[in-house]
Design a protein around this ligand. Structure first.
Ligand code: SF4
Ligand code: MG
Length: 331
C-alpha cells in the first residue's frame, strides 16, 4: 500500500502558566517526538487515555494546531512548508469529524445551508449543481434528501453524526480524522455509524485516522493501532497482532481491562498503580515506569526506543519487549 502521510519527529508543545501563583511559564509536551505513516485506504487508530496526546496529534497533522517541530508529508507535499493559500487548497483533502456533531453544527442553519457552505468554501461544485450534490451527500450517509431543509436539533445524535460525515465528505477528502466520532453515541447507534464509515471507506477509497479511547470500537474499525502514553507512541501494530500479542506493558494493561478481549490476550486484568503523571513533568527514562509492573532501574534512566518486535509491522518501546526474532531470519 502507498503511503498517504508520513509523520516524522512530530512535536507539539504548549506554553502554560505554572508555579504557585501562575507566574512561571512551563512547557506542556502534549506530543513529544512521534513518527508514523498512514497508508492509503487504511484505518489507523490512535488509542490511549485522555491527555496522552492523541487528539493533539490529529489536530497537528491538519495544522489546526501548528506543530512545534517535525515533518509531515502528505502525498507529495511538505505540509509544514505550505503558505496559507496552499494550505487551504490542501485542506480539502483532509477533514476532521468530532465527537459532538451538535456542537460543531450551527443550530441556526438548515442542513442544506450547512452543506452548501462546505461546498462554497472549496468551490468544487458549480453553483447550479450544488443542490444535487447536497442531495447526493445526504443519500450517501443514509439520510433522506427531503430532510435537508431541517435544522440540526430536529435530528437524533446518530443522524447528526451522519450530517457531520456528509459535511466532511462534501469536499471529497482523501483523509478523514475521526476524533472520538462515535464516543457520544449509544452502542447500537455507534455500530451503525462505524458500519457507515466502513462502507464509505470502500466506496470512496477513504483513509481514516481514528482517534478513540474505546478499545472495543477500535477493534471493530481498525487495520492498525497505535498506542500513545504521555505524548509518546509506545506500540504500533496491525490490529490482529496487537490484540493477540500486545508487547508493551501499558497496552497489555489497557487490553486486559476489556473482558471480551481478555479471552484472546492477557488473561488476568492488570491493575495499574497510580494516575497518569502530569505531561508538564513527565517521568524520566521510560515515561511509563511510575506505573509499570515490570519496571527496573534501567527504566528510570534510559528511554526505550520504538523497535520491531515479533510479527511484521509490530513495534513497541519497552526495554523488555522481545526483540525482532522472527524478522531477522525471514529473507
Ligand atoms: Fe515498563 Fe521498563 Fe518497559 Fe517502560 S521500559 S514499559 S518501565 S519494563
Ligand atoms: Mg481527545
Amino acid at each position: 500500500p502507498r503511503e498517504l502521510m508520513k509523520v516524522e519527529h512530530l512535536k507539539k508543545y504548549f506554553p502554560v502558566k505554572g508555579g504557585l501563583l501562575g507566574r512561571t511559564m512551563q512547557t506542556l509536551k502534549a506530543v513529544d517526538d512521534v513518527s508514523f505513516s498512514i497508508y492509503e485506504g487504511e484505518t489507523l487508530s490512535i488509542v490511549g487515555e485522555s491527555g496522552c496526546g492523541k487528539s493533539t496529534t490529529g489536530r497537528a497533522l491538519l495544522r489546526l494546531d501548528e506543530p512545534t517541530e517535525g515533518q509531515i508529508r502528505f502525498q507529495d507535499t511538505d505540509l509544514l512548508k505550505l503558505g496559507k493559500r496552499k494550505l487551504r487548497q490542501t485542506r480539502k483533502d483532509m477533514q476532521i469529524i468530532f465527537q459532538d456533531p451538535f456542537g460543531s453544527l450551527n443550530p441556526k442553519q438548515t442542513i442544506q445551508q450547512l452543506l452548501y457552505e462546505a461546498l462554497d468554501i472549496q468551490e468544487i461544485v458549480p453553483r447550479g449543481k450544488r443542490i444535487f450534490r447536497i442531495a447526493e451527500l445526504m443519500e450517501l450517509v443514509g439520510l433522506h434528501p427531503d430532510t435537508m431543509y431541517r435544522y440540526p436539533h430536529e435530528f437524533s445524535g446518530g443522524q447528526r453524526q451522519r450530517i457531520g460525515i456528509a459535511r466532511a465528505l462534501a469536499v471529497e477528502p482523501k483523509l478523514i480524522v475521526c476524533d472520538e466520532a462515535v464516543s457520544a453515541l449509544d452502542v447500537s447507534v455507534q455500530a451503525q455509524i462505524l458500519n457507515l464509515l466502513k462502507s464509505l471507506q470502500q466506496q470512496l477509497k477513504l483513509t481514516y485516522l481514528f482517534i478513540s479511547h474505546d478499545l472495543a470500537v477500535v477493534r471493530h474499525i481498525s487495520d492498525r493501532v497505535m498506542v500513545m502514553y504521555l505524548g509518546k507512541v509506545v506500540e504500533i501494530a496491525p490490529k490482529a497482532s496487537l490484540f493477540r500479542a500486545p508487547q508493551h506493558p501499558y497496552t497489555q494493561a489497557l487490553l486486559s481491562a476489556i473482558p471480551s478481549v481478555r479471552a484472546t490476550s492477557p488473561k488476568e486484568k492488570i491493575i495499574l498503580k497510580g494516575e497518569i503523571p502530569s505531561p508538564l513533568n513527565p517521568p524520566q527514562g521510560c515515561r511509563f515506569h511510575t506505573r509499570c509492573p515490570l519496571a527496573v532501574e534501567r527504566c528510570v534512566n534510559e528511554e526505550p526506543l520504538l523497535m520491531p518486535v515479533g510479527a511484521e509491522g509490530h513495534f513497541a518501546a519497552c526495554h523488555f519487549a522481545p526483540k525482532d526474532a522472527c524478522h531477522s531470519d525471514s529473507n
